[in-house]
Design a protein around this ligand. Structure first.
Ligand SMILES: Cc1ncc(COP(=O)(O)O)c(C=O)c1O
Length: 405
């Protein structure tokens, strides 16, 4: 008869894989969890922490998803996505940015995040260095580390709208550099990297034998410029992997549809990773995505017009607060003001982590501290928030800051 082992004689389980210890829960979620706790306790919050548009998925997109469900379209799809959706991804990218990808070079993923994850998995080996401008979206850092790579953080120049010079990147290259990861417009700074910069980086990648991974999650969220994709450069075809997302553009964050466009061998390798992890993106969400990409773009235009107004409002309001400086974000939906002048006062917050925590406790204003994005003097404000809330949040921030004087 089998005897159950005594609990105290059992060998302990082995440690978790080292790769799990190399990454952490994003600082963004920590702040947002505290905000959730306060909200549940009845606090009246102004929430600038949100990373998604405060609109609904447009009706015709939801209808397409419902129609697919009603028709029983609920089974596995091909791993790279429905052929019709891959064609729609390539066609929409050509329409929006002037690129020329064949549908076969499009991979449909579970959100833009999986496109990035798959790409980093197949491009980055243990010890490979990846150039990453700061401030960065925190998932870039942890995806690189998870793959065993080494992020080489290159500070962007705040005085120039958080852009970089090519020389800044060139100086950071070593024989171990494998990949340059760019995100424009950027989360959290709203920085827009100009086409000439991308062309220079692409040239650098060709000369030095590197990959370029470009996260285009916010590519349509530009307010003063034409949308741009490095994927439209002819020299990009064998060098660049694009990670795109329908999440923000079509207010589809919960549907989890993204895509990658890139050189056939990279897409084929990414497909292998996906085939052993998520298989395919959700079947009926793919049908909704086809409607999003091929249908009317009017809801997007209306949302962008609203975001432009809010951007101007929040930047103007932030700049009016003594001690706060703010570069004009040219894209995405975040402002990234510098509050260095308000830190370090006796009895006041010493870091933006503390600033953000006290602003939340004292005034009920949710922000994300710059530490989460690799800079020490900033706070991220999402303006995916209605105008009256923006005004109220600015009023509370001004009151909080005045007490620090
Ligand atoms: C810079 C950036 N890239 C990619 C994503 C991924 O978005 P999703 O996975 O929802 O498509 C996000 C989401 O916040 C983001 O901010």
């Amino acid at each position: 008869m089998a005897v159950a082992p005594q609990p105290d004689s059992a060998a302990p389980p082995p440690p978790l894989a080292a790769r799990a210890a190399r990454i952490s829960v994003s600082a963004t979620s920590t702040v947002l969890a505290e905000a959730d706790r306060l909200r549940a306790a009845g606090r009246d919050l102004v929430d600038f922490g949100v990373g998604e548009p405060d609109f609904s998925t447009p009706e015709h997109i939801r209808e397409a998803g419902l129609e697919a469900l009603r028709a029983g379209f609920t089974r596995y799809t091909p791993t790279p996505g429905l052929a019709e959706l891959r064609a729609a991804v390539a066609a929409a990218h050509a329409r929006d940015f002037g690129s020329n990808y064949p549908p076969a070079d499009a991979l449909v993923t579970v959100g833009g995040k999986q496109a990035l994850f798959n790409a980093v998995s197949v491009l980055v080996d243990h010890g490979d260095e990846v150039i990453l401008p700061a401030p960065y979206w925190v998932s870039f850092l942890d995806q690189i580390r998870y793959a065993g790579g080494v992020p080489v953080v290159v500070p962007a120049r705040e005085e120039r709208g958080f852009t970089l010079d090519l020389a800044d990147i060139e100086r950071a290259l070593t024989p171990r550099t494998k990949l340059i990861l760019l995100n424009s417009p950027a989360n959290p700074s709203g920085a827009l990297l100009p086409p000439a910069f991308f062309a220079g980086v692409l040239d650098l990648c060709r000369r030095r034998g590197l990959w370029l991974l470009s996260d285009e999650c916010y590519a349509k969220f530009v307010y003063d410029d034409q949308p741009y994709s490095v994927g439209a450069e002819p020299a990009a075809r064998d060098r660049v992997v694009l990670a795109g997302s329908l999440s923000k553009t079509y207010v589809m964050t919960g549907w989890r549809i993204g895509y990658a466009l890139g050189p056939a061998p990279v897409i084929a390798a990414m497909l292998k990773v996906q085939s052993h992890s998520t298989s395919n993106a959700t079947s009926f969400a793919q049908k909704a995505a086809i409607a999003a990409l091929t249908g009317t773009q009017a809801p997007l235009a209306a949302m962008l017009a609203e975001f432009r107004r809010r951007r101007d409002l929040i930047v103007q309001g932030l700049r009016a607060i003594p001690g706060v400086r703010c570069v004009l974000p040219r894209g995405a939906f975040y402002a990234y003001p510098n509050v260095a002048d308000l830190l370090g006062r006796p009895g006041g917050p010493q870091t933006t982590l503390e600033f953000s925590a006290r602003l939340l406790q004292d005034q009920g204003v949710v922000t994300v501290p710059g530490e989460a994005f690799g800079t020490a003097a900033h706070l991220r404000f999402s303006y995916a928030v209605p105008e009256p809330a923006i005004r109220e949040g600015l009023r509370r921030l001004a009151a909080f800051s005045a007490l620090l004087k």
